[in-house]
Write a new protein. Sequence first.
Length: 256
Amino acid sequence: MNTKKANIKIILFFSIVVVCIYVIYRLYLFLRNKLPLNFKDMYFSKHIDTDSSSKLTSKEIKKPFDKEFTLSFNILINNSYKNYGYWRHILHKGTTLNYTDILDYTYWENIHQYIPNQCPGIWLHPKKNSLRVAITTMGYSDKEINRSDSHPNTNNLSKIQKLNYEKSNLEYLDIHNIEENINTHFIIQVKNHLVSVYKNGKLLISKHLENEPFFNSKDMHLNFKKNIDGKLSHFYYIPVPIKTNDIQKIYMNSFL
């Protein structure tokens, strides 16, 4: 009987030790991720005013280093019916806008035409609770020219010549089912040709771009009309490479 009680005490003791070790480990991970973020050329704003249009200059938002950047923010959509039927502007870095501009675009092709330079761009779908992440890319295409037109004496055997020329495109990926009235955290990471989207600290979707992202030195425009009814907070822009475990650190810091 005493032996049985002793065994139970030993098992209980080791169970308590294991639980304590686990709790201490989880606490360590939590506190480690709560360390202040300090990346080179990082921009941070605890609150982005969505009641009016604003710009972050190229001095604040640096051109990415080594073809990589990370964008992190919390978004709260109060009413998805505001400006229903139009692409709702949240932000884009690239094509210059005036504060008086009203972005009343119902078709994505219009945005592609009038705001072609976006790296990145984030929009709310006209009729769905879906975010669209846009990235301008540059590729090369073959173009044929008639050499005999410009050089009449050229031998007809070499009449057609193929040239390579740069062609821009606005590639994108969509994030569906954005909840209303819930503060949701997103991290968007562009690393060479790969775009990865994290929702609340977990990888949600990724896409391999067909061409190379076109990183620009332009200003970042935020909440130009027509925009969303909501809030942006804990806004991070990091134009330098980060490690995979920094994703969790950014996420944990986004609710301080």
